[in-house]
Design a protein. Structure first.
Length: 123
């Protein structure tokens, strides 16, 4: 059984293409572990984070650089859908906005200086 939706598929494809390490991030350890296990021995590394929070994105990048080495490719794939219409709460829309849009801004803010310093990196 395939795990992780589109994010899991991206992780598996990266592993198939020879990625030495794929950091699998999810808000729950259970799903991240399922995806990481599907990548093969020693490839998947599990990290729990809320990608809608800038502090979690920053800490994820710092941890990855320290524990796994320089980030060559960053895939910002987390996302949620908001079902409904005008009755949906502002809190639900804020959550979706931060996860679907701001994670990209936050990751770029913290990654691009590293990429520029090294002269390489993909987003």
């Amino acid at each position: 059984m395939e795990h992780g939706g589109m994010g899991g598929a991206v992780c598996r494809r990266l592993a198939e293409c020879g990625a030495k390490t794929v950091v699998v991030v999810d808000v729950t350890e259970t799903e991240a572990s399922r995806v990481a296990t599907s990548l093969g021995p020693g490839v998947g590394v599990v990290k729990v984070a809320d990608c809608g929070q800038e502090s979690d994105i920053r800490n994820l990048i710092l941890w990855t650089e320290e524990a796994c080495g320089p980030i060559d490719l960053f895939v910002a794939n987390a996302g949620i859908l908001v079902h409904g219409g005008l009755e949906v709460s502002d809190r639900a829309w804020d959550c979706a906005w931060h996860l679907n849009v701001m994670q990209i801004v936050h990751a770029a803010r913290h990654l691009f200086p590293l990429f520029e310093q090294r002269g390489r990196g993909y987003f």
